[in-house]
Design a protein around this ligand. Structure first.
Ligand code: TTJ
Length: 641
C-alpha cells in the first residue's frame, strides 16, 4: 500500500518537474525579467496569495521578513492552504499549488483574485526559481510542512511536523531565490519592498502589513490604514499645500465591481493620478480612470454653471483645467478584469466606464453641494487654469500671426540690436519710458536690444496672468524672444541669450520683476532653466568725492566705501531715485557696460518663489494683497540685491 502510493507520487512528480523546468529555461516569460525587478516579483507573487485571503475576509495580518541571507518569509493568519489530496494530481493541494503551473487561482475559494499582466502566475513559478522553499500550514492544531529544493523538487510529501494551538490558522512560506537564475543580484531592496507593501496597505483598508529586515538591526515597519486610499492621498499631499480641507472619499459598488476614489486639490499646477485594479497599478489608465475623469469634468462644469461662477461667456472647463493641482487615487476591485495594451497595464472592460462615472459623480456632486466653500475653491482653481490656457492659446496665435499691424507696433517699441547672433545678443526689459530712452542712448547697439516697459500698463497689482498675456508689452516680449510659446515653444529660436530685467529696486520694480519671472516660469520655463534670464543691478547710492563719482549697490558697500575715505574728505551721498534719474552715460557705466556691470543670473528657484508670490498677489481682495506685499517687501527686494 505504502509502496504503491510512493510510485504514483513519483510518476506524477516527473510531469510536474517538466513544467517547472520550462519556467527555469525562460524565467522572463513568467516574471518579466531576472533583474532586481524580477527578483522582487517573487515576493509579490507570494504576498498576493495572502492578500487574496485578506480580501476574501479571512486574514487580517500579513508579515514579510527579509532574512539575514536574503531569504523571504511571508506569513498570514488566513485559513491556511488546503492540505487534503487534490483529486486531479493525487497530491496535497499544498504541493499542487507549489508544483503545478497556473494552479494558483483554481484552488481559491472565489472572490477577487490579484491577477493580471505578469501577476498571478503563482507560487509554482516562485518555487521553480528558488534554491529552496519551505511551506508551513497551521490548522486543526497541526503544523503541516513541506520543503522543495533546486527549483521545485519536493524532498518528501506534505507531513505533520508539530502541533499548534487548536484555533491557530495560517500559511507561512520561506524561500531563497536561486542565484543561478538571478545573476544580477539576489539582494532584496528594503525601500522597494517598503513602498509596495505600504501601497498594498493603503489599497486594502484595515489590512495590517508588517515588514521586518533581519539584515539591518531587525528594522520593523508596520502599515495599517483604516482610512485606506484617502490616507494615501494625504501622504502624497504631505509636502504640498492642500487648498481644501477635506480629502474627498468615494466608495460604491455595482454588482461585483467595487470602486473607491480619494482626492484632494493642492496649490501646484500638476496632477497626480494613480489608478489600480485589484491592487495592480494601471499606469496607462483604462475604463475605470476614464469614467472618473469624465465625471469630474462634467460635475465641476455643472456646479460652476448652477452656482453662477461660470458665466455664459466663459469657456467650459476642460479635463486639463479640472486636473490642475489634483491628487487622486482610483481603485477598483473587479472579478474578471481584462487588461489591454502592449504591457497589459490598461483596463479594458467597457462596462466599467459608466459604472465608475455614475458612482463617482453621485458622491462628488453631493460633496460639492454640502461643502460650498470648498466647491468654490476647486471651481475657482479650475477657472484660473482655464483662463491661463485660453490666454496661452491667444498668445500662441498672436506670435504665429505675422500681421502687419502687430509688426509695425512691434518695431515701434523694440529697439533691436544689429547682431543676428543670439549668443552675443542681449535684450534689456527696462522699466519705464524714461529709463528706456536713456538705455537706448547708452547701449551698445550691435549687441544690446532695448524694450521699454510702461510701468503703468504693467501694474501687476491687479493683473492676473491671463490678462497680463493680453497686455501689449508682454505680447511684444513674446514676439521679441522668437521662441513661440506653449506646445510650439522652441528654445533654439531664442533671439537673445541674455534676457536682462532692468527695474528699480523699489516696490513697483519688484512687482514688475515678479510678473516677468512668473511669466517666464509658466510659459518659457526652459529659458529660465537654461540660465538665459538675468536681473540687472542698478546702484542704490551715488557718492561724489571731489571729482570722483562712485556708484554703490547697497548700504554695506556704501559704508565700506565711506570708511575707506579719510573723515574730513567725505561730503556728498545721494540715494538714487531710480533708473529714470540716470542719464545715458550713467546707465551705461553702472548697469549696462559688459565690462563694468554686475548681473545676477535668475535661477529656477527664484522663478518658483516669484510664482508663489504672484499666486498670492492674484487674490481679489485688496487688503490681504497689500499686507502681503508689505510683509514681503524685504524678501522681494532680496530677489536681486
Ligand atoms: C483557499 O480556499 C480554501 C481555504 O484556504 C484558502 C487559501 O488557500 N488561503 C491561503 C493561501 N491563505 N494564504 C495562502 C497562501 C499564503 C502564502 C504565503 C503563500 C501561498 C502560496 C498561499
Amino acid at each position: 500500500m505504502e509502496d504503491k502510493n510512493k510510485e504514483k507520487y513519483d510518476s506524477s512528480s516527473i510531469q510536474v518537474l517538466e513544467g517547472l523546468e520550462a519556467v527555469r529555461k525562460r524565467p522572463g516569460m513568467y516574471i518579466g525579467s531576472t533583474s532586481e525587478r524580477g527578483l522582487h516579483h517573487l515576493v509579490w507573487e507570494i504576498v498576493d496569495n495572502s492578500i487574496d485571503e485578506a480580501l476574501a475576509g479571512y486574514a487580517d495580518d500579513i508579515e514579510v521578513e527579509v532574512g539575514k541571507n536574503n531569504t523571504i518569509t511571508v506569513k498570514d493568519d488566513g485559513r491556511g492552504i488546503p492540505v487534503e489530496i487534490h483529486p486531479k494530481t493525487g497530491k496535497s493541494t499544498v504541493e499542487t499549488i507549489f508544483t503545478v503551473l497556473h494552479a494558483g487561482g483554481k484552488f481559491g475559494g472565489g472572490g477577487y483574485k490579484v491577477s493580471g499582466g505578469l501577476h498571478g502566475v503563482g507560487a509554482s513559478v516562485v518555487n521553480a526559481l528558488s534554491e529552496w522553499l519551505e511551506v508551513r500550514v497551521y490548522k486543526d492544531g497541526n503544523v503541516y510542512y513541506q520543503k522543495f529544493v533546486n527549483g521545485g523538487h519536493s524532498v518528501e510529501p506534505l507531513k505533520i511536523i508539530d502541533t499548534c494551538a487548536e484555533d491557530r490558522t495560517g500559511t507561512t512560506v520561506t524561500f531563497k531565490p536561486d542565484s543561478e537564475i538571478f545573476t544580477d543580484t539576489t539582494v532584496f531592496n528594503f525601500e522597494t519592498l517598503k513602498v509596495r507593501l505600504r501601497e498594498l496597505a493603503f489599497l486594502n483598508r484595515g489590512l495590517r502589513i508588517i515588514l521586518t529586515d533581519h539584515r539591518h538591526d531587525d528594522e520593523k515597519i508596520e502599515f495599517l490604514y483604516n482610512g485606506g486610499i484617502s490616507e494615501y492621498v494625504k501622504m502624497l499631499n504631505e509636502n504640498k499645500t492642500p487648498i481644501q480641507e477635506t480629502i474627498i472619499d468615494v466608495n460604491g459598488k455595482d454588482k461585483d465591481i467595487m470602486l473607491e476614489v480619494a482626492l484632494q486639490y493642492n496649490s501646484t499646477y500638476n496632477s497626480c493620478i494613480y489608478s489600480f485594479v485589484n491592487n495592480i497599478t494601471t499606469p496607462d489608465g483604462g475604463t475605470h480612470e476614464d469614467g472618473v475623469r469624465r465625471a469630474l469634468t462634467r460635475i465641476l462644469n455643472k456646479y460652476g454653471t448652477t452656482s453662477g461662477m461660470l458665466k455664459t461667456n466663459d469657456e467650459s472647463l476642460t479635463g486639463d483645467d479640472v486636473r490642475e493641482g489634483l491628487t487622486m487615487i482610483i481603485s477598483i476591485k473587479h472579478p474578471n478584469p481584462q487588461f489591454e495594451g502592449q504591457t497589459k497595464t490598461k483596463l479594458g472592460n467597457s462596462e466599467v466606464r459608466s459604472i465608475a462615472d455614475r458612482i463617482f459623480s453621485e458622491t462628488f456632486e453631493r460633496f460639492l453641494m454640502e461643502h460650498p466653500e470648498e466647491a468654490r475653491i476647486i471651481v475657482d482653481k479650475a477657472m484660473t487654469a482655464s483662463r491661463a490656457r485660453v490666454a496661452a492659446k491667444k498668445a500662441r496665435e498672436l506670435t504665429r500671426r505675422k500681421g502687419d499691424l502687430d509688426i509695425t507696433n512691434f518695431y515701434g517699441k523694440l529697439s533691436d540690436c544689429k547682431s543676428k547672433d543670439a549668443s552675443i545678443s542681449e535684450i534689456f526689459l527696462v522699466e519705464g519710458d524714461s529709463a528706456g530712452g536713456s538705455a537706448i542712448k547708452g547701449r551698445d547697439s550691435i549687441t544690446q536690444a532695448i524694450l521699454p516697459l510702461r510701468g503703468k500698463i504693467l501694474n501687476v497689482e491687479k493683473a492676473r496672468l491671463d490678462r497680463a498675456l493680453s497686455n501689449e508689452e508682454i505680447r511684444t516680449i513674446i514676439t521679441a524672444f522668437g521662441t513661440g510659446i506653449g506646445e510650439e515653444f522652441d528654445l533654439s529660436k531664442l533671439r537673445y541669450h541674455k534676457i536682462i530685467i532692468m527695474t528699480d529696486a523699489d516696490v513697483d520694480g519688484s512687482h514688475i520683476r515678479v510678473l516677468l519671472l512668473t511669466l517666464f516660469y509658466r510659459f518659457f520655463r526652459p529659458i529660465v532653466e537654461a540660465g538665459h534670464v538675468y536681473a540687472a543691478q542698478p546702484p542704490l547710492f551715488v557718492i561724489k568725492h571731489g571729482k570722483t563719482i562712485k556708484y554703490v549697490l547697497n548700504e554695506q558697500e556704501r559704508d565700506e566705501y565711506l570708511a575707506s575715505l579719510s573723515p574730513n574728505t567725505r561730503y556728498d551721498i545721494a540715494r538714487m531715485k531710480g533708473l529714470g534719474e540716470m542719464d545715458a552715460e550713467e546707465l551705461n557705466e553702472t548697469t549696462m557696460d559688459i565690462n563694468k556691470r554686475i548681473l545676477r543670473q535668475i535661477t529656477v528657484e527664484d522663478a518658483v518663489s516669484a510664482d508663489e508670490i504672484f499666486s498670492k498677489l492674484m487674490g481679489e481682495e485688496v487688503e490681504p494683497r497689500r499686507e502681503f506685499i508689505e510683509e514681503h517687501a524685504t524678501y522681494v527686494e532680496n530677489l536681486d540685491i
